[in-house]
Design a binder for this molecule. Structure first.
Ligand SMILES: [Zn+2]
Length: 235
């Protein structure tokens, strides 16, 4: 479980496969997708690649309710926050966990993103810089399986799944969206889009893990988190 090394896109955190990414001047390089589509978030940072021990740890928390796994995941999330912090303005930043649909929340008993975010405050996220607020966003429905969908179709599929419950808290604020895994980025992009529409000045994304291009064979880039969660909900 080591942090992501080598050149990554300075916006979405995807691994850069171009040789330019290894010249040491990769700090401001963007992947082709971000150059073309400009995500609604300023920067997404993940602690590690969604594979191996890190993936197992996240599964322990989410699917086997081993809450003690949240401690180490929180420490990793705190490192993602530290990576984002140079981009924060002077005002207090809001940390907003990606919410679960209420049926899923009842099933699992907790929102893993919120639990990991809370743990991160015990491991270095400074309370005088960041405030956790899990009431700002609401998930209005479960999303359909994203399997086999194009990027455009995934975006359409997720549209309307989230709502900003308390827009007055968001206006003019910088926000860090927190999620356990960044898979295709569709979920956090949609959350960032509606937060920006509600007046957020800037949105960042901090996750514990991220699927990376070079891991594509192992990391199910399309048949990812959201698809499996939908199946779990259906079954
Ligand atoms: Zn990118």
């Amino acid at each position: 479980m080591r942090p992501i090394a080598g050149g990554v896109c300075c916006v979405c955190g995807e691994r850069l496969l171009s040789p330019f990414s290894f010249t040491g001047e990769h700090a401001a390089l963007q992947c082709a997708l971000c150059r073309r589509l400009q995500p609604p978030y300023a920067k997404a940072t993940a602690y590690g690649s969604y594979e191996g021990g890190l993936r197992e740890l996240i599964h322990l928390l989410k699917y086997e309710q081993v809450l003690s796994a949240a401690g180490v995941l929180g420490r990793m999330l705190a490192e993602a926050f530290a990576d984002l912090e140079p981009g924060f303005g002077a005002a207090q930043v809001l940390a907003v966990p990606v919410p679960l649909y209420r049926r899923k929340l009842r099933q699992r008993g907790f929102n893993q993103s919120e639990v990991i975010a809370r743990a991160a405050f015990k491991h270095g996220v400074a309370r005088h810089r960041v405030t956790l607020d899990a009431t700002i966003l609401e998930r209005r429905r479960e999303t359909q399986s994203q399997t086999g969908l194009t990027r455009h179709q995934r975006r359409e599929n997720i549209r309307g799944a989230f709502a900003v419950v308390e827009p007055h808290k968001v206006a003019g604020r910088e926000i860090v969206l927190v999620d356990d895994v960044f898979t295709t980025g569709t979920t956090v992009s949609e959350c960032a889009r509606i937060l920006r529409r509600a007046g957020a000045s800037k949105v960042f994304v901090a996750t514990v893990a991220r699927t990376l291009k070079a891991d594509a064979n192992r990391a199910e880039p399309e048949f990812g988190e959201e698809a499996r969660m939908t199946m779990a909900a259906a079954g």
